[in-house]
Design a protein around this ligand. Structure first.
Ligand code: BES
Ligand code: MN
Ligand code: ZN
Length: 491
């Protein structure tokens, strides 16, 4: 989809989208269309009983005095509730298969900031996202027709700048992350995934891939244990963006990349198991975040680390009861092979911390079904050993629009991982499943400022109500992480 920022109107062709606030009889942003129509718009509005309330809309085809083939007039409701990104997403959702190829959003004269104008473009792109690459036949009415979205804005150059310098590259990252999550597990397995990420060197990212041999030398047997039952070699991929001051401590982003989670010998039930192709959603957010960071040439040093494994049952797979030694030296009794994400992250976190000495690190993981019980699909769960970092994440949630909610950590929860047989077990018990998983991770972060974001309910969804979320993979986290970096590391 081509995005452009324009000032010219109403000479534009295609569909002109005209937002109207509640009660604005003059159609503030589009009064020239209004007057050129010589009363036709006023008449149509009356017939449609349109007053500008949120959700109201009507069309005027081939309006007099303009090149537009159609005016799509949309009610916005009250001014204080106006969100240009959601407007664009809702309109694109409604017109995606309409046959229209060009949409012009008339967002001038509404007092929007350049940032808001740029976000409208993001709303349009996200709502237009489809994942059709494995369909050999696509009926015509399922093919998106909108090829070009124009944002008419008071200062098109300022809007374009906000888009090019931030929102556009971040949106590229979101879309890339969605693709990764949506791809089936026979396309995205650890080596294929790593190969895909290697191509991001084109953006100026430095990519390093560690195979099983290297990881064994490093002693990463918590991560490697998860991949034992798989025919596919496990991988650890490090992405590096050096955009900040030389020697400045980096931020580290760590992602769970279980390319398929059968549960291993502690096998999951068959129904719905297919969703576990999305068990690499945390890692996809990290990759997408790095794309945003590199694409907008962030003035920060950032390390992205993803642990890629496939969790399979097999004669060589690890057994419930196995005891593995993590890279940190701590031993883990694997009582349930389906609690594998924490095993992968234990080594990835320890590696990030000891090798890169980050100023702070955030891991993202589709770690527990329990977080869906707690927060559903609307908030990700945040856990942190640092109140300041938790505050930063909360602020980044607010500015990015990606919701998160903090949950507690406590020594009392930590105790639940004690076992007579090793330093810890990989299970906490029935209660507080998301918290005990986070407590497990905390045992591998030392005194590094750290947060864990459980994205099991937000990185993949089978239900849709947000017009920006069009597929199973949502790309959740890409924006949050970009805002977090921008707000705390690029000063
Ligand atoms: N990948 C799952 C968590 C998950 C479940 C994500 C549903 C998205 C939707 C994770 O590896 C897992 O299996 N967790 C177990 C932990 C349990 C064995 C302690 C769970 O949540 O049941
Ligand atoms: Mn699992
Ligand atoms: Zn998992």
């Amino acid at each position: 989809m081509k995005i452009s920022f324009v000032t010219a109107r109403p000479a534009t062709s295609g569909t002109a989208v005209i937002p109207v606030f509640d009660g604005d009889k003059k159609y503030g942003s589009a009064k020239d269309y209004y007057s050129a129509s010589k009363g036709a718009i006023a008449k149509a509005a009356k017939a449609a009983k349109f007053s500008g309330k949120a959700g109201q809309r009507f069309d005027v085809y081939a309006p007099a005095g303009s090149k537009a083939s159609r005016l799509h007039i949309v009610g916005l409701g009250k001014k204080d509730k106006f969100n240009p990104e959601m407007l664009a997403a809702n309109v694109v959702k409604g017109l995606l298969f309409s046959g229209d190829t060009t949409l012009t959003f008339h967002l001038d004269g509404l007092g929007l900031t350049p940032d808001q104008a740029a976000r409208a473009a993001v709303g349009a792109r996200l709502a237009a996202y489809q994942f059709n690459r494995h369909k050999t036949k696509l009926p015509k009415n399922k093919k998106p027709t909108i090829a070009s979205v124009k944002i008419a804005y008071d200062s098109s150059s300022k809007g374009k700048k906000a888009y090019d310098n931030f929102h556009g590259p971040v949106c590229d990252g979101i879309i890339y992350a969605r693709d990764l999550v949506n791809e089936p597990p026979n396309v995205i397995y650890p080596k294929a995934y790593a190969a895909r990420v290697k191509k991001l060197a084109d953006l100026g990212l430095k990519i390093e891939v560690l195979g099983e041999k290297r990881m064994a030398t490093l002693g990463m047997h918590a991560l490697l244990g998860v991949g034992l039952g798989s025919e596919r070699e496990s991988q650890l991929v490090v992405m590096r963006w050096d955009g900040g001051k030389k020697g400045a401590k980096p931020a580290a982003l760590i992602g769970k990349g279980v390319t398929f989670d059968t549960g291993g010998i502690s096998l999951k039930p068959g129904a719905g198991m297919w969703d576990m192709k999305g068990d690499m959603g945390g890692s996809a957010a990290v990759v997408g975040a790095m794309i945003g960071i590199a694409g907008r040439k962030a003035k920060a040093n950032v390390i992205g680390i993803i642990g890629l494994v496939e969790n399979m049952p097999d004669g060589r797979a690890q057994n419930p009861g196995d005891i593995v030694k993590s890279m940190s030296g701590q031993t883990i009794e694997v009582l349930n092979t389906d609690a594998e994400g924490r095993l992968v992250l234990a080594d990835a976190l320890h590696y990030a911390r000891t090798k890169y000495k980050p100023a702070a690190m955030i891991d993202l993981a589709t770690l527990t079904g329990a977080i869906i019980v707690s927060l559903g699909h609307e908030h990700a769960g945040v856990f942190s050993n640092d109140d300041g970092l938790a505050e930063q994440i909360s602020a980044a949630s607010e500015s990015s629009g990606e919701r998160s909610w903090r949950l507690p950590l406590l020594p009392e929860y930590d105790k639940l991982m004690d076992t007579p047989n090793a330093d810890m077990k990989n299970l906490g018990g029935k209660a507080a499943g998301s918290i005990t998983a986070a407590q497990f991770l905390q045992r591998f972060v030392g005194d590094t400022s750290w947060a864990h974001i459980d994205v099991a309910g937000t990185a993949m969804k089978n239900e849709r109500h947000d017009p920006r979320e069009t597929t199973f993979g949502t790309g959740y986290g890409v924006r949050l992480l970009n805002h977090w970096i921008a707000e705390n590391f690029e000063g």
